[in-house]
Design a protein around this ligand. Sequence first.
Ligand code: UDX
Length: 460
Amino acid sequence: MVTTDPSLRSATRRRIILFPTPFQGHINPMLQLANILHTHGFQITIIHAKFNAPNPSNHPHFSFKPINDGFAEIADQLATNQDATFFLKYLNKSCMDPFRDCLAGLLAEPGQDPVACLITDAAFYFAQAVADELKLPRMALRTSNLGCVLAYDALPFNSKPACFYLTKQDTDYEASVPEFPLLKFKDIVKIATNPQGMGEFVTNMLTQMRASSGIIWNTFKELEEHDLETVTQVFPVPSFTLGPFHEYFPATSSSLIEQDRTILSWLDKQAPKSVVYVSFGSVARITESEFQEVAHGLSNIGFPFLWVVRPGTVAGSEWLESLPENFVEGMGERGRIVKWSPQQEVLAHPATGCFWTHNGWNSTLESICEGVPMICSPCFVDQPINARYASDVWKIGVFLEDGFERTGIEMAIKRVMMDKEGEEIRERISCLKEKVKLSLDEGGSSFQSLKSLVDYISSL
Ligand code: UDX
């Protein structure tokens, strides 16, 4: 029986069902959000794909419901296909029936508290129709920043697909894109390798975000104040900016790859702010020749470095086979290469001087929270947008404009680690770090937004 007295409903509807997309950069914020809501008294059930399944033993206080995602049929294409929307669109189709069955089963379970709402990754746009059918409010978690979604909304994926195929030889390659002038044409060719496919995905995602009961963003107001105003106009549903989520709960427990913690004792031996930390996240791939340029750049600089080379990062290689000859011997104690790091602890370590990153949104936020200046090497989808915000709007990083090329790499590292420009960048990002702390403190913007979210979910 549905309780009509709102105060009674809020007292009983303390159960939330969450559904992340099965990629590290999306699983981390969803499980962090689940933990945040759990500490506010909600029971948590996670429906998840079998591909990249989270480890339930790391979250004994949640219940987990795996569904058949059919992803095994296309998983081998991850190594060769750079079109991220191909995988997301596939999952939106393949998960629909198993998800509906699972959700309907959960709602019909006898003796359970009623469900307050469903929270899915915004990229799972199909879930809105399922939630509507089952008469359950759905909120969308958008794991990127606000600016990224505004850029997606503005870019002419469908109307001018040809501009996503420009090359260095085209005169407009370095010019600003009129629809979103922060971005250059050379940025948007990375955002979408298949503009029509991206356009279809973006239209579906944004339409269903507008149809949702609310949007939760992993960002904080002070970072994107101006864009927040626009977002509330573009999405006329409640928006909650309570991030950065990892400040409440670290990503360690949702890591899909084992983190190599031996490097922390190596970091302890390095001078303060001397180490260049290099990581390109959980899905980006680079070519063999780009990998070699990174290696040459790192061996030519005098600084110690910690380089995460995730197996599969280099197209066509298992791991380190394509390093230049004698690279490992040459780096000696000055360098460390690992398969996966405890990134948040590395960024928080006093020895870390800068972060050479692909600008995945989690990595960008983690760098801001530790006040570590960035060198920006975006690969695809939202990363070029995050990188432009970091370098051109917030001015907390240096954009590696010409890609992976050893002279440019050495110059960028020098600019950040040795030049006055680097000092100024460090001051600005330290200032943002302070703003994060204030926003999370009692009375701060993220603190208040979390309180509003808890009240809102309880009222649904
Ligand atoms: C993907 C997309 O590429 C990105 O554009 C989108 O914003 C999120 O999803 P991903 O490559 O996973 O991003 O990068 P990111 O968002 O930075 O997330 C990576 C997570 O893995 C971070 O939380 C980071 O702390 C963690 N990580 C990374 C580790 O724990 N160890 C590592 O060695 C590297």
